[in-house]
Design a protein around this ligand. Structure first.
Ligand code: BES
Ligand code: ZN
Length: 463
């Protein structure tokens, strides 16, 4: 593949930065929140938008495939050379809900440009990063063609645990033959520190519903003589973890792969910015499992979080009620080699054991994802390191992140595909929170980095 087409593609992308930004603003204006049933039509509208951008970018075989919930958008770019390798690009066009909406400084679906960043729900996670791939493809199309074949798989259900993606992948295996998967849905470890992520945590997401009396009761008439399900549920939850957050479910840590001395040295060497970490949360660090650094706790140790807790009177002022029901949403982040189904069973068994007489609990598993570790020494990893250096002027570090991307494990297990996680977010992008942003410089450099990657991977492949 000639360097001339790389240079032309880079030039093309640089000459239309305003267009790339305008397209991102249009994409971010669609409220494609996958978990809210009332917004299903908007999720579909975002899928159609992606498909039309793919077609404009020069892709062929573009389809919007329905699933039982939200569609999968797929399409292909053909390489100019016959012996070129194939890259599968995965991303998601769905976004998280916006609540608490009152804490946004500008409306989440009216992208607002401030201090070099674009603020909108999905800006960093993952629309900005998805669009960077389509912009890179368009640049090659304008420059005479792509150095590699590309298969796009862009889903609308990532933020709800990808419930229909495995079936779609299984049904379309013959269209997905590739040499590597490339995903941009992660962040740098710190500003100015390009990062390739080689590990992600898995997830077991559970819901407990607890039923006490058969109806809400007056707490004066009944309080003290009838078990309160809200308090009882809190006592159960309190026994699932110790004060440092270590999880007290029998067998929970059995499958956790211990960190080797070498890995610990790598974690210690990462440019992890403790001050920025504290600033992002408004709390000085210091919480967590003893004996582990903050980035180890996030990247290589499991965790348990109460994500939601509902019961009783939550309006203004007081109401003396003894509620009939209480519920909690609790998720556990998992690390190799923990299995989400095994962890869900252990969780349920422990909750049942802790349930006192007078309370009926139901435990359901909402979704699960397996943890993932990818190969670090592959031609595609070398291409990514080269591309990030070219795009951001600094060689990347290798890091492990605490979030989950369920497809990474599926791609390896079902399609035999290794993934490269080359993301362009920053740690303070406010993912899943108010004022999510994507920095415009990260976007434009991200596009150029993808252009560089596609060229470098073609070269590695033919070398
Ligand atoms: N982009 C994130 C994953 C992520 C977050 C990777 C932070 C690295 C650092 C992704 O969209 C996400 O939020 N995934 C969900 C998956 C879950 C619903 C199965 C997550 O991690 O909560
Ligand atoms: Zn994401």
């Amino acid at each position: 593949m000639s360097t001339a087409s790389l240079i032309r593609a880079l030039e093309d992308s640089r000459s239309d930065r305003a267009g790339a930004l305008a397209r991102l603003i249009a994409f971010l204006s669609i409220p494609s929140v996958s978990t809210i049933p009332e917004l299903a039509a908007e999720v579909t509208r975002a899928a159609e938008w992606v498909a039309s951008r793919l077609r404009d970018a020069g892709a062929h075989s573009v389809r919007v495939d329905p699933t039982p919930r939200h569609p999968v958008v797929t399409g292909k770019m053909s390489a100019t050379a016959a012996d070129a390798p194939t890259v599968l690009v995965y991303g998601h066009y769905d976004v998280q809900p916006v609540d608490p909406i009152e804490l946004w400084d500008s409306p989440p679906f009216e992208p607002s440009q401030r201090e070099g960043a674009l603020y909108a729900r999905g800006a960093s996670d993952d629309k900005g990063q998805v669009l960077a791939h389509l912009e890179a493809a368009a640049a090659y199309a304008n420059a005479g063609g792509s150095p590699v074949n590309i298969v796009y798989v862009l889903e609308g259900e990532e933020e709800i645990g990808s419930p229909n993606l495995d079936a779609w992948l299984a049904a379309h295996g013959d269209e997905l033959i590739a040499d590597v998967a490339l995903i941009s849905d992660t962040a740098f470890v710190a500003r100015g520190e390009p990062s390739i992520v080689y590990g992600l945590r898995g997830l077991a997401y559970m819901e407990i519903t607890a039923q006490g009396p058969n109806r809400d009761l007056h707490s004066g008439q009944f309080g003290g003589a009838v078990l309160n399900p809200a308090g009882a549920l809190c006592r159960i939850i309190a026994k699932l973890q110790d004060a440092d957050g270590r999880i007290m479910i029998p067998g929970f840590y059995d499958a956790v792969r211990p960190l080797s001395d070498e890995e610990r040295a790598e974690f210690a060497a990462l440019p992890f910015d403790g001050a920025a970490f504290d600033a992002a949360t408004g709390r000085a660090g210091g919480f967590g499992e003893p004996g582990f650094a903050a980035n180890e706790r996030i990247g290589a140790r499991p965790s348990l979080d109460v994500n939601g807790l509902v019961s009783g009177w939550i309006g203004d002022g007081a109401k003396t009620v003894l509620p009939a029901r209480a519920s909690a949403k609790i998720s556990m982040r998992l690390v190799p080699d923990q299995d989400p189904d095994d962890i869900a069973r252990r969780f349920e068994a422990r909750v049942k054991e802790l349930t006192p007489p007078g309370l009926t609990v139901e435990v359901t598993s909402l979704h699960g994802a397996r943890p993932a570790i990818v190969d670090r020494d592959t031609p595609a990893m070398r291409a990514a390191a080269f591309a990030l250096k070219a795009g951001f002027g600094k060689a990347p570090v290798l890091s492990r992140e605490g979030g989950s991307i369920p497809v990474v494990n599926t791609l390896a297990a079902k399609l035999g595909l290794q993934t490269v996680l080359m993301g362009f977010g920053l740690p303070d992008d406010n993912l899943h929170a108010p004022n999510e942003k994507f920095e415009i410089d990260q976007y434009h450099r991200g596009i150029e980095t993808i252009i560089e990657f596609l060229h470098a991977f073609a070269e590695e492949h033919t070398a």
